[in-house]
Design a protein around this ligand. Structure first.
Ligand SMILES: NC(=O)c1ccc[n+]([C@@H]2O[C@H](COP(=O)([O-])OP(=O)(O)OC[C@H]3O[C@@H](n4cnc5c(N)ncnc54)[C@H](OP(=O)(O)O)[C@@H]3O)[C@@H](O)[C@H]2O)c1
Length: 251
């Protein structure tokens, strides 16, 4: 794997980022923002049509792209994706971990424990899975990891649900352990906590917001700007946590 040099930091065109959940919403916007900054972008997600469409958008913007359909809960999918990135570009400099899920059944009165397990698997264990696999490559590049957590991972948000709150809150610890243990290798993790963002994700709420409520929310582009800021920060800069919410956000 490539060893990071000062030159690389000034030549973003050479750098490679892997975006999970890249087929829609925040992941898609982050993929396009990174591409606009000269990054080469690997896009993954379960729906092949979405993943390929975003890879095509990245290429249409003039950047290189790799479409990697797959499920972050499946170790073989994640392993195949990491191997495909290694074969294609031989390096990895950034991760944007946007794959996530929730359910309308969010309370102790109506939740299903299998569903709780699946949410924790997707939102927490799969983030650890991708980080674990990517770390050897990120150590070589002093790479940056952006963990797309949630406002609910920063402050208790009563409506977010048992499984979602627990899984997203744990991402703060996951980022801190990376930062504590990997400082010597130069790998940095950012716990990125968006408030309400107008994406497909809102369809999982018990009461799906109408257009007027959505118009007061953030857009995926607002979060992608922050992702790009973290990815493009120099190798000696660690952005530990970012909380970004619409002014109307209440807890
Ligand atoms: N929208 C908000 O208000 C908001 C606020 C705070 C945080 N977030 C977080 O932001 C992240 C992105 O959400 P979004 O708002 O952009 O909504 P979104 O468009 O629904 O994005 C979620 C993405 O995750 C992917 N995904 C889900 N399960 C997956 C799995 N098992 N394997 C691979 N990919 C999977 C989905 O693609 P496939 O279904 O094709 O796999 C989808 O592209 C999530 O982690 C969410 O928790 C959202």
């Amino acid at each position: 794997m490539h060893q990071v040099t000062a030159e690389d930091q000034h030549e973003p065109g050479g750098r490679v980022v892997w975006v999970t959940g890249g087929g829609s919403g925040i992941g898609r916007a982050s993929a396009l923002a990174a591409a606009a900054g000269g990054w080469r972008v690997a896009v993954s997600g379960r729906r092949p049509d979405r993943v390929h469409a975003v890879a095509q958008e990245v290429e249409a913007s003039g950047a290189e792209a790799l479409a990697l359909p797959g499920d972050v809960r499946r170790v073989e999918d994640v392993t195949k994706s990491a191997a495909a990135i290694e074969r294609r570009w031989g390096r990895l400099d950034g991760l944007v971990l946007a794959a996530g899920t929730n359910t309308p059944r969010r309370t102790w009165s109506d939740q299903d424990l299998d569903e709780l397990g699946d949410i924790v698997e997707t939102n927490l264990v799969s983030v650890a899975r991708v980080v674990q696999l990517a770390l050897p490559h990120l150590r070589s590049s002093a790479g940056a990891i952006v963990v797309v957590s949630s406002y609910a991972g920063w402050r208790f948000s009563p409506g977010a649900g048992v499984a979602y709150s627990a899984s997203k809150t744990a991402l703060a610890s996951l980022c801190e352990t990376v930062n504590a243990q990997e400082a010597a290798s130069g790998v940095r993790a950012c716990h990125l906590c968006p408030g309400d963002v107008d994406t497909d994700f809102l369809a999982q709420r018990p009461e799906v917001p109408e257009a007027d409520a959505r118009s007061a929310m953030l857009t995926p582009h607002d979060i992608a700007r922050a992702v790009r800021f973290v990815l493009d920060s120099p190798a000696y800069v660690r952005v530990d946590e970012l909380v970004i919410s619409p002014v109307s956000q209440h807890r």
